[in-house]
Structures are given as C-alpha cells and as structure tokens.
Design a protein around this ligand. Structure first.
Ligand SMILES: [Zn+2]
Length: 287
C-alpha cells in the first residue's frame, strides 16, 4: 500500500508513502532511555529504526497541494547507505511519483508544494536529477512555499546544522515565503511550530469543521506523542516542548486528526490521554 486515503470535510487527502529511511534510534529519541523506546520501535543490528517518508497530498479546489517531498533521487550510494534510504521508484524517480501515478496524477499536476522545513528528508524531493544529470524542479508547475526564516536558516548553516541542509534541494527554487501563521490557500493553514528548527511549521488542513494536522518533525512518530519524547536532532528541545503543548491544546479541544510524517506503521490518529500524559487513539495503520 503506497497511500492511505481519507477525507477532511470536503477535501480528499492521501497520506503517501514516499519511501523509508533508517536512522539511529538513540538520536531519534533523545534523552528517552533505550529500554523504553525499543519497545515502541525495535532497532536493527546497526541500532537504527525504520522511519516512513510520508507526504500529504490534498485534492484542493485550487489544484493539488503536496506537503513535503521525501528524500528525492539525487543522493549518492554512500549517503543512501548511511541513512538507509529505500525510496527508488519507476523511471529513476521515487515512490512519491509512483504513488502520484497510482492516484492518476503526474508531477506536472501539482500546484503547490509546502515544506514543513528544508531538511533533506522533507525537501529532498523538491527537485530531481533527470537522465542527463541536470537538477530541476520535480513539480515544474507548482508554487513552493516555506517559512522565510527557514530558507534563511538553511542558507546559512553552521557545523551543527550543515549535514541536514543540502543546497540542491532548495537553492534553484523560487519560494513563496511565509512569515508566521499564514493560509496560502483556503483551508491550508501553516502553523509555526518551532523547536526542531527555529522556523519549523506544521500544516493544518481545514474543511467543513474538520481538521487534520500534518505534524512534520514536531512529533515525527506516534511514539513521540508524550511531551518529553523529543528527538536528539531537535536544535531547541525546550521550544519543541512548548510548541507541542500549544498545539495539543487545540488538537484536543477541536478533535484534530494527526498525520505522522515518519511513523513506520501509523499514518494517522488522534490525540488521547495515556494516564497523565498523551498517547494515540484511533490509529490508522498503513496497508
Ligand atoms: Zn524529518
């Protein structure tokens, strides 16, 4: 199964499996002890855990909207081995394009690409390398949108942030830059959720009184729902904590559906109480 279809009010949405990556389990769970996290997502012999590269496609009245783009096809074998990338698709492209085709769409049909942030596992598929080796926009008729601060941050890396930002994923694109909470098209609302990076955003799809939030790296998997289960990758973990607290209050009050970008098993679910803390209810598993 390469996509999970659901509706938000009048909008048809598809959680798309654009492939997988395998990342260090300890890094994914930060200060959470391994004896706790390994029960939730068991690691392999190299201490890595499988992670989805899930994107969200919304069939919107103004055209197809794609949120995040996976890793793309431009990285070399060494990179693909380190990060355990499994995303190859038909015709030298990726499983993202395969899933689009299965839904009856071509890359040219996508009108909007919105990035939660520009890390390679979220924006890698923004561009693609064609048969001649040229790098071009993967969705040539789309308007690309990201927070202004994030593009700035991605262009001015330091020793700690450089490995996650690869210029070929964003340098040649003309972005529509967002400043804070914005609704670039009706019912698609970008919510600043800082912490993982300073200008990270989550994307809220709203229609007919229903809401689904694509969380990005604010809560990468359903196992990360407890407030302090924050990734070691987060640059400002205490800011992540407060971003989550704010978003959870709204998600709980308004009964939001939540879409997890990296959960290897659960594509969607709702926020529930798990004793004193938060957990998942109504999980919708992939396949
Ligand atoms: Zn990520």
């Amino acid at each position: 199964m390469i996509h999970t279809t659901f509706t938000v009010g009048r909008l048809r949405c598809h959680a798309i499996e654009a492939g997988r990556q395998w990342l260090d389990g300890g890094a994914m769970f930060g200060v959470v002890p391994r004896v706790l996290w390994e029960r939730r997502i068991p690691p392999d012999a190299r201490h890595r855990i499988p992670l989805a590269l899930r994107c969200l496609l919304v069939e919107h009245g103004d055209g197809l909207v794609l949120i995040d783009t996976g890793i793309g096809n431009k990285e070399d074998e060494r990179f693909r081995d380190i990060y355990g990338v499994e995303n190859a698709g038909a015709g030298g492209r990726t499983r993202l394009e395969d899933a689009l085709a299965a839904l009856g769409h071509r890359p040219e049909d996508v009108r909007w690409v919105i990035n939660t942030h520009l890390h390679f596992d979220h924006a890698g598929g923004n561009t693609w390398r064609d048969g001649s080796g040229r790098v071009a926009a993967a969705f040539p008729n789309a308007r690309y949108a990201v927070q202004r601060g994030e593009l700035d941050f991605a262009r001015r890396t330091n020793e700690r942030t450089a490995a996650s930002y690869r210029a070929h994923n964003f340098d040649a694109l003309a972005f529509q830059l967002l400043d804070g909470e914005r609704e670039p098209l009706p019912g698609i609302r970008c919510l600043p959720t800082a912490g993982h990076v300073p200008f990270h955003q989550s994307v809220l799809v709203e229609s007919g009184g229903e809401r689904c939030c694509f969380l990005g790296d604010l809560v990468p998997t359903s196992a990360h729902l407890p407030l302090p289960w924050i990734m070691g990758y987060d640059l400002e973990p205490l800011v992540t904590l407060e971003s989550r607290r704010r978003l959870y209050a709204r998600a709980e009050a308004e009964g939001w559906l939540l879409c997890f970008e990296h959960d290897p098993v659960v594509a969607l679910g709702r926020l529930g109480r798990d004793g004193k803390g938060f957990g998942l209810v109504e999980p919708r598993r992939v396949g």
